[in-house]
Design a protein around this ligand. Sequence first.
Ligand code: IDP
Ligand code: MG
Length: 157
Amino acid sequence: MERTLVLLKPDAVQRLLVGRILQRFEEKGLRLAGLRMLLLPEADARRLYEPHVGKPFYEGLVRFMTASPIVALALEGKNAIGICRKLLGATFGSKAEPGTIRGDFGVSDSFNLVHGSDSPESAARELPIFFGPRDLVAWEPRILPWVYDLPAEFPRG
Ligand code: IDP
Ligand code: MG
């Protein structure tokens, strides 16, 4: 099982899309391990987007991400990192495929509703910016074997 960080950015919160976007991840078979709403401190926005320092959109991105509340999700599941990235869609709303979150809900290239860690290394770096060990809950939904695989000893009937 992998854990990944997904952020519902200020535009998702302001546009009242939190429930609908969260539902996409749950429906797919990912489960919440952590959930927080917060106004992102500027220092944390800079830390999150540290790989983009110096790019032309960096300062605007920091302003956008700190302008209004966000919702942070720690999501868990098999291949959660790659699956979440697919559910988000391409970075730019104008290019994202229909069926993806960015493709279905947005047209903007900078206000693109969601963030998702792009690799295990990114997830390991980004999750602690939002969640300490006490904020994360390890649990398994009872439907898990039906979402993934039936174990050999699964009772018949
Ligand atoms: P990602 O969010 O799909 O991983 P990144 O390239 O890591 O995309 O960029 C981080 C965020 O920076 C994007 O989600 C978007 O909000 C913003 N961004 C990226 N490229 C541009 C750009 O060319 N113009 C405006 N904003 C951008
Ligand atoms: Mg990225």
